[in-house]
Design a protein around this ligand. Structure first.
Ligand code: FE2
Ligand code: FE2
Length: 264
């Protein structure tokens, strides 16, 4: 079986390219389950309920979030009604939503999806992701366990992956929006990539308007980032995880495509 994991979906261009690539990939390879990070799906920050439904309609089975999960306050009101939308697990218990879910996929395969937040260079009150993952896998009867580790530092991502190598099916890094070329199966059998990358406007910086980022980094002038809706190209970043009949992941294949949005 194959699981498609799609990196951070950024704004309308990201949603558009994801819908197009899911249908294209489904013609080329059998996709049994699709996970996507949706923390930037609504105009670059957060996820509205309409956009949540749009992504589910596009064929996504489970949506993970990240440090921007609460950028739109309405998510805090609707997340509890969505059993396939997860916020980072290692945040304060009083926040609404779950951080790890067990979903029964086709022919009864139990797939656990977990969202964890890193602590290096991420300004949120996250608890220890190692202790959190240890707690989740204790007594778990999932056949497959995919962890979205939303973190900035590659070293922190590798440390969590090696610490749980063989105990989880895959650790997929998200958040930096740039795909790394280090996808591999670790010695214990866990599939790994430091960052899967993002889906969204191609001619910007990490999906947002490049002029805003240049102004802010050059001058320090307080600038809020906008989305350049005139960009005619979008990037699609994902990995395909392939599993054998014993639910062991034997391959992780990165996908990096530039799509002309005028042809979508
Ligand atoms: Fe992101
Ligand atoms: Fe993020």
């Amino acid at each position: 079986m194959n699981i498609l994991f799609i990196g951070d979906i950024v704004a309308k261009a990201g949603r558009k390219v994801v819908a197009r690539m899911i249908s294209q990939l489904q013609e080329e390879v059998e996709l049994d389950f699709i996970i996507a990070n949706g923390e930037n799906a609504t105009h670059g920050k957060g996820l509205s309920h309409d956009n949540y439904e749009e992504l589910i309609d596009a064929g996504i089975d489970c949506i993970t979030l990240g440090n921007h999960f609460a950028a739109r306050k309405d998510l805090l009101e609707y997340i509890d009604g969505c059993d396939n939308l997860i916020r980072p697990y290692n945040l304060h218990y009083s926040l609404p939503g779950l951080g790890s879910v067990l979903i029964e996929a086709y022919s009864g395969v139990k797939i656990r999806v977990t969202s964890l937040l890193g602590r290096s260079y991420i300004n949120l009150n996250a608890t220890n992701p190692f202790e959190a993952l240890k707690e989740i896998i204790n007594d778990d009867d999932a056949n497959i366990h995919i962890v979205d580790f939303h973190a900035e530092a590659t070293g922190e991502k590798m440390a969590l992956a090696y610490a749980f190598d063989g105990q989880i099916s895959a650790l997929i890094g998200t958040h930096t929006h740039v795909q790394t070329c280090d996808s591999r199966i670790l010695p214990g059998g866990t599939a790994y990539i430091s960052d899967v990358g993002m889906c969204g406007p191609y001619n910007g910086i990490l999906g947002v308007n490049k002029d805003d980022v240049i102004k802010k980094t050059w001058t320090g002038y307080p600038t809020s980032f906008s989305i350049d809706d005139s960009d005619k190209e979008a990037v699609f970043n994902a990995v395909i995880l392939s599993f054998d009949e014993n639910y062991k992941c034997f391959a992780i294949k990165p996908i990096y495509e530039i799509i002309n949005l005028e042809e979508v």
